[in-house]
Design a protein around this ligand. Structure first.
Ligand SMILES: O=C(O)CCC(=O)C(=O)O
Ligand SMILES: [Fe+2]
Length: 305
């Protein structure tokens, strides 16, 4: 039995999602759902250019400005509960100086330990994202609209706290110099244990990611690999020791590479171990990313970053 990604038609109007697909994602019977070309390559380029023009990203051909080096998020870091201590999800390789990750937006994983600061930061992010894509196809709308097709009969909305304060609706992430995500999982419930957030209530967590720019070196591009293996405590030592690949080999765990071009959107279950090997190409890999909370019997689907 192969473990196969569901491919949906080109563009927004032509992709029809079969009923039950989101359940297949939830129980791990498929690795991912891909919507091809929800944004044109020309709009992807225009979006990247705008982000550089507005000093939100930089052009690596001109070197790394100090300000961005200082703002870079280290590989593999997140914080648990209310702790201000950054936990490392995996051992990073020798820290390359130019492995830089720039977030435009508010990451719950990275900032959520201080709830007030996170919600303030999120409000700023949502203000910044408003109008950022004026005159272009809005990638956030494209992502939410793809999700609405998957989550039929649900209300898809930006995650919100009981007092009405919203989380960041999406985040733009740029990965320079071969920045990689080693095998890991993401879960507000099971990893960061954010009991003080509404996002905690969902049984399943997905990611929705729209690629805006690929990084390519010698014909190889950085792409997500998803393993048919839900995180369980017994897997954690292999993540800590950087030996998950050996564990997967020994246990013959299938995996799937989701190969995307700029403008393609994919959804996967972040409870499955996944990774994005780094490719130190000339350009950064830039994505618009979200997390998604889903429970079969909850009428709402929450989106955050
Ligand atoms: O960039 C991607 O495609 C996925 C990245 C990822 O795994 C994450 O942000 O947790
Ligand atoms: Fe992830």
């Amino acid at each position: 039995m192969t473990w196969k990604t569901i491919e949906l038609g080109i563009g927004d109007s032509e992709s029809i999602v079969e009923a039950g697909t989101i359940e297949d994602l939830a129980d791990g019977s498929i690795p991912a759902v891909v919507f091809r070309k929800v944004i044109s390559p020309a709009d992807c380029i225009a979006i990247i250019n705008r982000l550089v023009e507005r000093d939100l990203l930089f052009n690596p051909a001109d070197g790394v400005p100090e300000r961005f080096r200082a703002a870079s998020i280290p590989e593999g870091h997140y914080r648990e509960g209310n702790s201000d201590k950054a936990l490392q999800a995996w051992r990073s390789e020798a820290d390359g100086d130019d492995k830089i990750r720039i977030d435009i937006g508010s990451s719950l994983g990275y900032r959520g330990s201080d709830r007030e600061a996170f919600l303030r930061h999120s409000a700023e992010t949502n203000k910044l994202l408003e109008g950022l894509f004026e005159g272009l196809t809005n990638p956030i709308d494209a992502l939410y609209s793809g999700l609405a097709k998957l989550a039929t009969h649900k209300v898809v909305k930006t995650a919100v706290e009981p007092d009405g304060r919203k989380y960041g609706k999406a985040i733009i992430r740029a990965h320079y110099g071969g920045y990689s995500y080693a095998p890991h999982f993401d879960s507000v419930r099971r990893r960061e244990k954010r009991t003080d957030y509404q996002a905690f209530r969902f049984e399943h967590q997905f990611a929705g990611v729209l690629v805006l720019q690929n990084t390519v070196l010698d014909g190889i591009s950085a792409q997500c690999r998803i393993h048919k293996c839900f995180w369980e405590p017994e897997v954690q030592p292999y993540l800590n020791n950087n030996t998950f690949h050996e564990y997967a080999d020994i246990n013959q765990i299938p995996n799937a590479d989701v190969v995307l071009e700029p403008g393609d959107l994919y959804f996967f279950n972040t409870g499955c171990i996944h990774e994005v090997p780094g490719v130190a190409g000339q350009d950064a890999r830039v994505v618009l990313a979200t997390f998604i909370g889903y429970s079969p019997d909850d009428p709402e689907v929450y989106v955050w970053s």
